[in-house]
Design a protein around this ligand. Sequence first.
Ligand SMILES: Nc1ncnc2c1ncn2[C@@H]1O[C@H](COP(=O)(O)OP(=O)(O)OP(=O)(O)O)[C@@H](O)[C@H]1O
Length: 254
Amino acid sequence: MTTAAVHITVHDLIMAYGSVVVQRDLNFTIQRGDIFIIMGGSGCGKSTLLKHLIGLQAPAQGDVWYEDRNFWAASPGEREAIKRRIGVLFQSGALLSSMTLAENVALPLETYTTLSPAQIRDIVAIKLALVGLSGFEGYLPNEISGGMKKRAGLARAMALDPDILFFDEPSAGLDPISSRLLDDLILELRESLGATVVIVTHELASIFAIGTNSVFLDADSKTMIAQGGPKHLLETTEDPKVRTFLTRGSLPQD
Ligand SMILES: Nc1ncnc2c1ncn2[C@@H]1O[C@H](COP(=O)(O)OP(=O)(O)OP(=O)(O)O)[C@@H](O)[C@H]1O
């Protein structure tokens, strides 16, 4: 069902809350190394799709494959193993406010590994350095800026060396410069770690700057109405909704 380069396959997925269907007939693949954008208007089901991909919500119908493993049909043990390879950065950064940045990043390592405190300290230092926060180990979340919080959240999401990183609205609450810096960091990490990245966002600047592939969810028809590289979509789409979405605000420079 999958080839070597395919990381995630979504097959005939129907998502619902009780009897209310949010999206149906979702079919797409995410390649290893993609920066894959989930886009669409407000309330179309982007966050719900993210929850299906990271194992927080089960499909009403259909499948999510991680390479050749069917996530929702797998045993609890297999599912746990897949989840261990997933890093998630939620919108808020979700740092624990009473813990220092080092303690926040150490938490998944303490919870899921048997590493010694010294080993954990070393890994925490490496992860914070990767996101440009060396020297901030002892700071509390409320002592740093919004952009730094996102980066600290990213360091924590990377603590267990995931091979896929999910971001829910990473630019939310950031000024344009911090948002741009976060995009650069995502690109750098993709290069250096070889990770796959999946991002829910409607920030056009980010979509065009870093997206290599995408899916567009439509709230009215309750299904996907476009997929492909964002720049390619902008040049080729004949769907008025997709075009309106992609040309809203500033156009890409190239
Ligand atoms: N826990 C829930 N129970 C019932 N309905 C829900 C629940 N969460 C979301 N919904 C509904 O499902 C639909 C999709 O919501 P979702 O949050 O996935 O959309 P979204 O595209 O991420 O929206 P936004 O861009 O506004 O964040 C919406 O109509 C929402 O009201």
